[in-house]
Ligand binder design. Structure first.
Ligand SMILES: Nc1ncnc2c1ncn2[C@@H]1O[C@H](COP(=O)(O)OP(=O)(O)O)[C@@H](O)[C@H]1O
Ligand SMILES: [Mg+2]
Length: 580
C-alpha cells in the first residue's frame, strides 16, 4: 500500500465523492445484510401475532411498506455508491493522465526519442486506466472487506467462545492464516505477469502506430503480409501473457475454498468430539464460512493492487524521469536578444562515450548568415539543435549575447529562435491556424505577409478554402514543398533574432528555393541565420560557411576562400556542379 502513498493526492481531489461513496456503501451493506433478518425478527411477527387481529388498514400498510422501503434505501444507496465510485474513478484518471501528458511536454527530446510512441501512448491510455481502476477498487474494497472480515471473525470468536471457550475458537480459526500463502504467491506471480502484459500491450500499440505512419512504405514494398505476420506474433504473445495471469488469478478462489473446507471439517470433528449442540454448531459454521468470503475478496484486492503497482511502475518510468533541461534557479532577465552566438569548446554526445561533436569553438556575430555544410552525419543538425537547447551540451558552453544559454529561462531562449526542419510537422488544423502558431498575437495582415515572403500565399489563395483549408494529420493533405513553405512562413512570422533552417527548402524546386532565398535576403537583415542546405546556390552567398567533418569544424570562411583552400569543401562543391 505504501507504494501508492505519493498518489493519495489523486484521491484527495475526489475526497468528497469518495466519502459519499463509502457512506452509501455502508448504508447499502446494512440494508442488505441487516434489513431482511430485522424484518424476520421484528416486523413479520406483528402480522402473525395474536394482536394482529386488531391491525387497522393503515397499520397493515405500514408493515407491508417495510419491504419496499428497505429495498428503496438499498437501491438508492447502491446506486449512489456505484455512481460516486465511478465518478471518482474518472476524475482520478483524468488527473493522472493529465499529469502524464503534461510531463511529456517538458521531457528532453533525448528521452522521447529513446521511447517508441506506441509504448508512450499505451502508458498514457492503458496504464492510467489500470491505475485508476486499482486505486478506486482499493479505496472502495480496502475498507469494506477488512470491516466485514473483522465483523464475521468477531462474531465467530464470540459464538465459539460462549459455546466451548478458547479451544473451539482456536480450532475454528486455525486454518485462516494459511490463506495468506496462496494470496501472497498469486500476488507475486501476478505482478510479474502484469508487467509482461502491460509491456506487451505497449508493443502491440506500437505496431499500430508504426504501421500507420508507414502506410506508404507498406504498399510500396509489399509489406502487407510481413506486417500482419509481425502483428499476429505480438498479439499472440499478449494473449499468452494474459492467459497466464488469468490462470493465477482464477486459481486463488478455489485454493481459498479448499482451505476453508478443511477448516470447516476440522471444526466439525472437534465439535463432534467436544459435544457442541447443533444450533450453536450451525451458527459457528455459518460465521466461519462467511469469514472466508472477505478473505477471497481481499485476495482479489491484492491481485488488483499488484496490477496497479505494475501500471504505476510504467507510468513512473515517465513521471519520475528527471527534467534535465530546466529553467535555472536565478534566470538572467532578457527581452529580445541581439543574436551573437558563441560555441566555446562544446562537446556533445547522444550516448555516453560516443561524442558526436568534438570541442567546437566558433563565434557567429549577429547579422551573420551562417551556412553549415559537410557530409551527412557530420553533425550539422546536432550543432544547430544545441542553440535552442533541444539537447544539453556534454561539455563547454553555448552562449548568446555573452550569456550562457543555461542561465536563460527556456521560454525566453526559445522565443528568440525560429526553427524550420526538413520534415516540418503541421497540426491537423487550418493553414491559417498553423501559421498563427509562429506567433499567436499576430494580425491577419502579418500572417498573410509572412505567407507571401515564404511564397506560400500563391498556392494557399488558389485552394478552394484558402487559408481555412485543413492540412490533415501532420500535414498529410498537402505536398511536401507546400508544407515546407508553410513552415517557413510560420518561422518568418515569429520574427525572431535567430533563425535556424535545417534543410528547410529541401523539398522545393530550385526556382522556388531561389525565390525564397531572395525573400530571405531582405528578411534576415540584422538577424543571425543558420542554414543547412544541400544546394550550393543557397550556400554560396552566406557571409560565413562552416565546414563540418566528423563532428568537427574542419574549416570556416567565405565561399571563394574555402573553395581555394579546403579540399573537402571543394570536392563537395565540385561533385554537385559536375552532376548538375
Ligand atoms: N537523436 C539521435 N540519437 C543518437 N544519435 C544521433 C541522433 N541524431 C543524430 N545522431 C547521430 O549523430 C551524428 C550526427 O548527426 P547529425 O547532426 O544529424 O548529422 P548531419 O545533420 O550533419 O547529417 C550521426 O552519427 C547520427 O547518427
Ligand atoms: Mg541533418
Amino acid at each position: 500500500m505504501s507504494r501508492f502513498r505519493p498518489y493519495i493526492k489523486y484521491l484527495l481531489i475526489v475526497r468528497g465523492p469518495l466519502i459519499g461513496a463509502i457512506i452509501a456503501g455502508l448504508i447499502y451493506g446494512i440494508a442488505s445484510g441487516a434489513g431482511l433478518p430485522a424484518m424476520i425478527r421484528w416486523v413479520f411477527p406483528k402480522i402473525f401475532s395474536p394482536e394482529a387481529a386488531q391491525l387497522t388498514n393503515w397499520g397493515l400498510l405500514a408493515i407491508a411498506s417495510w419491504l419496499p422501503a428497505i429495498f428503496l434505501i438499498r437501491g438508492v444507496a447502491g446506486f449512489a455508491n456505484s455512481y460516486l465510485i465511478q465518478f471518482s474513478g474518472v476524475r482520478v484518471l483524468e488527473a493522472i493522465r493529465f499529469d502524464y501528458f503534461r510531463k511529456l511536454q517538458f521531457l528532453p527530446l533525448s528521452f522521447i526519442q529513446k521511447q517508441t510512441s506506441g509504448d508512450l501512448i499505451s502508458r498514457g491510455i492503458a496504464d492510467t486506466n489500470q491505475l485508476q481502476y486499482s486505486l478506486t477498487t482499493i479505496a472502495n474494497d480496502g475498507m469494506k472487506q477488512p470491516a466485514s472480515l473483522i465483523g464475521s471473525v468477531g462474531f465467530l470468536i464470540w459464538a465459539a467462545f460462549n459455546e466451548k471457550g478458547i479451544a473451539l475458537v482456536l480450532v475454528s480459526l486455525a486454518l485462516i492464516p494459511l490463506c495468506v500463502l496462496p494470496i501472497r504467491y498469486v500476488g507475486k506471480k501476478l505482478l510479474a505477469r502484469a508487467h509482461q502484459i502491460q509491456a506487451q500491450l505497449g508493443t502491440v500499440t506500437d505496431r499500430f502506430a508504426e504501421n500507420l505512419s508507414a502506410a506508404k512504405e507498406v504498399r510500396a514494398f509489399g509489406l502487407e503480409k510481413n506486417q500482419t505476420d509481425r502483428f499476429a506474433t505480438e498479439s499472440r504473445a499478449l494473449i499468452n501473457f494474459q492467459m497466464k495471469a488469468v490462470k493465477y488469478a482464477q486459481a486463488l478462489t478455489p485454493a481459498i475454498e479448499i482451505i476453508s473446507a478443511f477448516g470447516l471439517s476440522l471444526t466439525l470433528v472437534y465439535a463432534y468430539r467436544s459435544g457442541v449442540k447443533l444450533d450453536s454448531f450451525l451458527a459457528i459454521i455459518t460465521a466461519l464460512y462467511t469469514s472466508y468470503e472477505p478473505i477471497k475478496k481481499l485476495g482479489a484486492l491484492n491481485n488488483e493492487t499488484k496490477r496497479g503497482i505494475s501500471a504505476l511502475d510504467r507510468l513512473e518510468h515517465v513521471l519520475n524521469e528527471p527534467l534535465v533541461i530546466t529553467d535555472p534557479e536565478n534566470p538572467t532577465e532578457v527581452g529580445r536578444l541581439k543574436g551573437d552566438v558563441q560555441f566555446s569548446e562544446v562537446t556533445f554526445a547522444y550516448k555516453a562515450d560516443q561524442p558526436v561533436l568534438h570541442n567546437i569553438s566558433v563565434t557567429i556575430p549577429r547579422g551573420t548568415v551562417c551556412a553549415l555544410v559537410g557530409p551527412s552525419g557530420a553533425g550539422k543538425s546536432t550543432f544547430a539543435n544545441l542553440v535552442p537547447r533541444f539537447y544539453e551540451v556534454t561539455g563547454g558552453v553555448v552562449s548568446i549575447d555573452g550569456i550562457d544559454i543555461r542561465k536563460l529561462r527556456i521560454a525566453d531562449l526559445r522565443s528568440n529562435i525560429a526553427v524550420v526542419s526538413q520534415d516540418p510537422v503541421l497540426f491537423n488544423d487550418t493553414i491559417y491556424n498553423n501559421l498563427l502558431l509562429g506567433k499567436e498575437s499576430s494580425t491577419r495582415e502579418q500572417v498573410i505577409e509572412a505567407a507571401r515572403n515564404a511564397h506560400a500565399d500563391e498556392f494557399i489563395s488558389k485552394l478552394p478554402a484558402g487559408y481555412d483549408t485543413m492540412v490533415g494529420e501532420r500535414g498529410a493533405l498537402i505536398s511536401g514543398g507546400q508544407k515546407q513553405r508553410i513552415a517557413l512562413a510560420r518561422a518568418f512570422l515569429r520574427n525572431a533574432p535567430i533563425l535556424i533552417l535545417d534543410e528547410a527548402t529541401s523539398a522545393l524546386d530550385s526556382q522556388s528555393e531561389q525565390m525564397i532565398q531572395d525573400a530571405l535576403q531582405q528578411l534576415v537583415v540584422g538577424k543571425t541565420v543558420f542554414i543547412i542546405a544541400h544546394r550550393f546556390s543557397t550556400i554560396k552567398d552566406a557571409s560565413m560557411i562552416l565546414v563540418f567533418d566528423h563532428g568537427k569544424i574542419a574549416a570556416s570562411g567565405t565561399h571563394p576562400a574555402l573553395y581555394a583552400d579546403n579540399a573537402l569543401y571543394k570536392s563537395l562543391y565540385d561533385r554537385q556542379h559536375s552532376s548538375a
